[in-house]
Design a protein around this ligand. Structure first.
Ligand code: PEP
Ligand code: MG
Length: 886
């Protein structure tokens, strides 16, 4: 069985379509090799081995050893060097590479193959003693960390290797790593090895083959390290994919001043602009760029922001030109923006990686639209290129440009957005504070993959070091999170938990704001304004609209929300919850009066007061939604929700209504239920008190008649909640129809209206054929349907659902993503049965799932006519509905 795939010297055994087997990195290294792009030769151990290694507790299949040996020979042949040879040694890198990109989450070892003998060979070959010892000390440091597990023991402790480096520099009286000479570096190697022995009890391996197997094991093992697990969870990456391992000849960007290393994007990952965007460092090794230890320089004059910067274009024009040609070749081939890594060794360019680049939502939209206009991709591909969820970033407020702002420092605009929060300095603290409901900004000297959890809960991320391709910047853009990076004016003290800027000290817990589009750090909180959507956004949305068949409505209870949704492209209201209207201003008094009334006459008197308010509400909403359907739901929650539950408010209510506190308390007690969600609510209220439904129907039809008279087209759809039997619906429908007829007669106009029902009780779904006989339309209330199908209280399930997800009992929170296997069956059955007795039945969904892309895909498949979601999710739903079609 084949487990190892080689590449290099213009050919490869794999290609870009083998990502599941070779991982993204391995598949693309093979593809580049096939394209004739210079790639250091190497081989990929497939993800299959990762599974077997996991299942067999660290045992490899027997063929692997032989195939790895052959792989190393393949590299040796092309490079003309020999692994472990004292005279002419071959050094390799060992890197992870999963099917989906997981930047920095897993392990890497560079310069592998060095020991006290081979280092001399490297020195002789490169004729550079300092380089040889520097490579060796980097190797021992990395291997010690990644393979031998030498890490700081607490978050306060510094990296043990860095402590040693600091000590050696201090003794020598120098400040920079670059001021250490060959002798110092040689000493570091010795000190590092001693530290490893002291802390782990183990000797540092000298045999390159032992080193290689150690590294391969560590990389496979890193698939299951906590930060990789967290990252997979956040990004919905299946845990059974596994990682591949890439072993590749080392090329060196740190052999001298004709060497460099860099990272680039074929277009600007923040804005999407078609410029070659990247950073490099002279005489450095790859990890130096991303780690944010030295501040990298821009590639070219287009991206130069400061006259003091030196571009690659200026200092190595030949290599730069070749890099630009490769950029064009890769874009033309992959037809997508690429994120590439390269190294220049003695003036010669090598490509180390290419992959689809992470980008902000703004960039994703722009690149997709530009590429259609450049003729690279078609509209369908463009629509598939943008994650619906990502659009969320574009739809939210930005800082008010007119607001007063005290900008205290400027860094790089690493990831756009506006964020306000309280300063925390450690990822763990960010998580703790966020758990308590605090908004935080994570402030770090630089971030590392360990910080992923804290970055995810933070409003924004601020770092003192690192460039546009630093870990913080890349991860933040991937998360759609605001980030200001490389803000060198900040002095951060982790121990004291302070950040000092120009003498001003900011402590943990202080409020700051970040403008990720401008790179500004601002003192305190800043007010925000609604976003303006670009022309590209409109274009992409119009393509999505051409493709999709599913209609998108919104859940809105006010004219304002209706307008926001309409501007985002809503094609109607799928759910107007009338109970929210009952709380506003003086109305709650009339509602309470109704609840306290002794008899029907008393209730009618109170409802009489509510009628004009309700009519105005509907008038306002119908007007905004002219020409589009509006589904209004009759009263749904149990009545006790409208009564005050604490002593003080009960007293206040009693005084206002001129009754005794005892009377109020008695009513509260009388209405109390053990299971209010399964209690006297929904249509059950309207059946007990038909006058409530009557008043609401009257308000709806009066408003509709009034607008019709004014020449405005309205399409009211009256929806009865929580029915379980056809008879319940028939009862309420009769009340509605009789009232409507009466009102239209009184007002002398006719309006077209529908009466339908929510399907949110399993019994309604099971008997949907019967229910449909009385319904013009169905709308699936999947919040209640999920609650009642699982038997999980939607108000309490949060307590255990997280654990259910962590333990793999449920793949997702079923209140966020529809449980297609169970609840989905009821939806599918409801649609089928409903249409069996009423073929033209209109069917939608108005639970939270209506705005969730994966659930939308399901709704499309089972033949719903529309989904309804909150206003801000309307564009997300439009895009998801188009993707469901493709
Ligand atoms: C539902 O149950 O899915 C629904 C939309 O109604 P509510 O959330 O108001 O109960
Ligand atoms: Mg409901």
């Amino acid at each position: 069985h084949k487990y190892v795939y080689t590449f290099g010297a213009g050919k490869a055994e794999g290609n870009k379509d083998m990502k599941l087997l070779l991982g993204g990195k391995g598949a693309n290294l093979a593809e580049m090799s096939n394209l004739g792009i210079p790639v250091p030769p190497g081989f990929t151990i497939s993800t299959e081995v990762c599974h077997i290694y996991d299942e067999n507790k660290g045992q490899f299949p027997k063929e692997v050893e032989e195939q790895v040996l052959a792989g190393v020979h393949h590299i040796e042949e092309i490079m003309g060097a020999k692994f472990g040879d004292a005279e002419n040694p071959l050094l390799v890198s060992v890197r992870s590479g999963a099917p989906a990109s997981m930047p920095g989450m897993m392990d890497t070892v560079l310069n592998l193959g060095l020991n006290d003998e081979t280092v001399l060979g490297i020195i002789k070959k490169s004729n550079n003693e300092r380089f040889g010892w520097d490579s060796y000390r980097r190797f021992v440091q990395m291997y010690g960390d990644v393979v031998m597990g030498l890490k700081p023991e607490s978050k306060e402790e510094e990296d043990p290797f860095e402590v040693i480096i600091e000590k050696v520099k201090k003794e020598k009286g120098v400040e920079l790593d670059t001021e250490l000479d060959a002798e110092d570096l040689k000493r570091l190697v010795k000190l590092f090895k001693e530290e490893i022995k002291k802390r782990t009890g183990k000797d540092f391996p000298t045999d390159p083959w032992d080193q290689l197997w150690g590294a391969i094991r560590a990389v496979f093992g890193s698939w299951n390290n906590p930060r990789a697990i967290t990252y997979r969870k956040l990004n919905n990456i299946p845990s059974n994919w596994g990682t591949a391992v890439n072993v590749q000849a080392m090329v060196f960007g740190n052999m001298g001043d004709d060497c460099a290393t860099g990272v680039a994007f074929t277009r600007d990952p923040a804005t999407g602009e078609k410029i070659f965007y990247g950073e490099y460092l002279v005489n450095a090794q790859g990890e130096d760029v991303v780690a944010g230890i030295r501040t990298p320089q821009p590639l070219n004059k287009t991206t130069k922001t400061d006259p003091d910067q030196t571009t690659l274009e200026e200092i190595m024009p030949e290599a730069y030109k070749q890099l630009e040609e490769i950029r064009d070749k890769l874009e033309a081939h992959y037809k997508d923006m690429q994120d590439i890594e390269f190294t220049i060794q003695n003036g010669r360019l090598w490509m180390l990686q290419t992959r689809a680049g992470k980008r902000t939502a703004e960039a994703a939209v722009r690149i997709a639209v530009d590429m259609v206009e450049e003729g690279l991709i078609d509209k369908e591909t463009a629509v598939m290129r943008v994650e619906p969820e990502q659009l969320d970033q574009l739809l939210h407020p930005t800082f008010d440009p007119k607001a007063e702002k005290k900008v205290i420092a400027k860094g790089l605009p690493a990831s756009p957005g506006a964020a306000t929060g309280r300063i925390v300095f450690h990822a763990e603290d960010a998580e703790e504070w966020a758990e308590k409901g605090e908004k935080v900004i994570l402030v770090r000297i630089e971030t590392s993959p360990e910080d992923i959890g804290g970055m995810n809960v933070a409003q924004g991320i601020l770092t003192a070091r690192g460039g546009m391709t630093s870990h913080a910047a890349v991860v933040a853009r991937g998360m759609g999170k605001c980030c200001v990076a490389g803000c060198s004016a900040l002095e951060i003290d982790y121990k004291k938990k302070t950040m000092t800027v120009d003498g001003a000290v900011y402590k943990e817990g202080d409020w700051i704001s970040l403008d990720g589009s401008k790179g500004e750090v601002i003192e305190g909180k800043v007010p925000t304004v609604e976003p303006k959507l670009s022309g590209n956004f409109g274009k992409l949305m119009s393509w999505a609209d051409e493709i999709r068949k599913l209609k998108i409505r919104t859940n809105a209870d006010t004219p304002h929300d209706s307008e926001v949704a309409r501007n985002f492209g809503a094609e109607g209201i799928g759910l107007c919850r009338t109970e929210h209207m009952f709380f506003e201003g003086d109305r709650i008094k009339a509602v309470r009066e109704m609840i306290l009334a002794e008899d029907e006459a008393g209730r009618r008197k109170a409802l009489e007061k509510l009628l004009p308010y309700q009519r105005d509400d509907f008038y306002g909403i119908f007007k905004v939604m002219h020409d589009l359907p509006v589904t209004v739901r009759t009263l749904d929650p149990p009545l006790h929700e409208f009564l005050p539950h604490d002593e003080a408010s009960q007293k206040e209510m009693a005084e206002e209504m001129g009754i005794s506190v005892e009377e109020v308390k008695a009513k509260v007690e009388a209405l109390a239920e053990f299971n209010p969600m399964l209690g006297h609510r929904g249509c059950r209220l309207g059946i007990t008190y038909p006058e409530i439904t009557e008043m609401q129907a009257r308000a709806i039809i009066e408003a509709a008649c009034q607008l019709t008279k004014e020449g405005i087209k309205v399409f009211p759809e009256i929806m009865i909640p929580l029915i379980g039997t056809k008879a319940e619906l028939e009862h309420q429908k009769k009340v509605v129809v009789e009232t409507a007829e009466k009102v239209m007669e009184e007002m002398g106009v006719k309006v077209d209206y529908l009466v339908g029902t929510m399907i949110e009780i399993p019994r309604a779904a099971l008997t949907a054929d019967r229910v449909a006989e009385a319904a013009d339309f169905f709308s699936f209330g999947t919040n209640d349907l999920t609650q009642m199908t699982f038997g999980y209280s939607r108000d309490d399930a949060g307590k255990f659902l997280k654990e259910y997800e962590e333990k793999g009992i449920l793949p997702d929170d079923p209140f966020q993503t529809l449980d297609q296997e169970g609840v989905g069956q009821l939806v599918e059955m409801g649609v089928k049965k409903g249409r069996s007795t009423r073929p033209d039945l209109k069917v939608g969904i108005c639970g939270e799932h209506g705005g969730d892309p994966r659930s939308i895909d399901f709704c499309h498949r089972v033949g719903l006519d529309y989904v309804s979601c909150s206003p801000y999710r309307v564009p997300i739903a439009r895009l998801a509905a188009a993707q469901a079609e493709l």
